[in-house]
Design a protein around this ligand. Sequence first.
Ligand SMILES: Cc1cc2nc3c(=O)[nH]c(=O)nc-3n(C[C@H](O)[C@H](O)[C@H](O)COP(=O)(O)O)c2cc1C
Length: 173
Amino acid sequence: MDAIKAIMERVSTRKFSDRHITDEELRIILDAAMAGPSATNARPFSFIVVRDKEMLGKMADANMKYSEPLRGADVGILVCGDLERAYAAAPDFWVVDGTIAAQNMILAAHALGIGSCWLGTWPVEERVENHKKLFDLPENIIPHSLIAFGFPEGEFRKQKDRYEEDRVHFEKW
Ligand SMILES: Cc1cc2nc3c(=O)[nH]c(=O)nc-3n(C[C@H](O)[C@H](O)[C@H](O)COP(=O)(O)O)c2cc1C
């Protein structure tokens, strides 16, 4: 699929069918995660990929409110920052790098016909702590975002045109 088409068509999917994502599709999604730009090319991220239904339920609990889509998902991926790999002079870039990885996965999934829903984790401290406990994460690994993946139940919802003229400033404010 054309990149612009994937970007413009993508929508959050919260109801998933029983169709499974193949290992090959999953590999493409994870490849996309690691293909994006990152500060000094540090790639300070790691991914916990879960198919087990019981664990998906525990992750939904850990991520608290509004995380129900994960319970019906085929795969859940917890994107984590790795502070030991972060750019030492400006380690906060790990958040930006993790965000790009998450969005790349979502767009790659859409291009494959796979739906997704981003479930916000960082910077909500309780959610971050819950995932750290659930996975017994080392100190340097910080949960960033949780993404539910699966083939949509029915067709993808049609995305709206969100272009707003007044958000764009050419040459000056
Ligand atoms: C940082 C972030 C956190 C989000 N958290 C949730 C969430 O907890 N639960 C949920 O159902 N959707 C969540 N979303 C999805 C947004 O609700 C969704 O992207 C937004 O409403 C726009 O709809 P669209 O993705 O279909 O274009 C989140 C998205 C982002 C980027």
